[in-house]
Ligand binder design. Sequence first.
Ligand code: 13P
Length: 252
Amino acid sequence: MRQKIVAGNWKMNNGKGETKNLITELQEEIKDLTLDNTRVIIAPSFINLESAVTQTEDTKIEVVAQNMHQAKNGAYTGEVSADMLKSVGIRTVIIGHSERRAIFKESDEILAEKVNAALANGLEVIFCFGEKLEERKTDNHLLEVGSQLRNSILHIAAEDWSKVILAYEPVWAIGTGETASPEQAQEMHAFIRNVIAKKYTQEIADNLSILYGGSVKPANAKEIFSKPDVDGGLIGGASLKAVDFSSIIKAI
Ligand code: 13P
């Protein structure tokens, strides 16, 4: 079923103590909220996942991973597998973040393998994608997003869509302070939902949560979340402060 979701991607921030403190502060901020059909998610670094899972037991906060490797196990120095994530209580993984694509050269093909491996292992996937500034400027943003979806996720079985959340993150809006306008976000989210409806069914498309990410702040969250096809946000910088993140959660 379509859910509202506010997810904080902590990226490569926060050591052990900072992770613990931020979770404590966030929990304090949101503990009295009624979160009907709304999920609150945080994605700390790999090294803090297990302690974060333990700390958030019996709270409204879910802990997810920022990435995983597609292989089951073996000689992949420095990598983490789906089984390893599951062994510390992780149920959901982010795949395809633009930083993984741009900095770590993860191609559409690799991302398709990661999506397959995550789903085959029973993990839920938060799949990220989005156009670059040049593609937006030349009015190719819909084409580019369509192609990223086609190349990495539109091959999955219909029943697997209940284990997928999509996150549209225009690269030009990530960490730049420049946000897509609510109208730009709505246009893209409606386009994405239509792509899914055409390839699968209207019901699958209607049940899918599509998040917006890119410079979401307390000041702009409400307006973006008010759009009918925007089901929540994937938040970077503003998720690192409990007060800001909780105020974004309150805006949903
Ligand atoms: P910012 O909110 O810092 O722009 O980051 C967005 C993001 O990349 C979330 O995954």
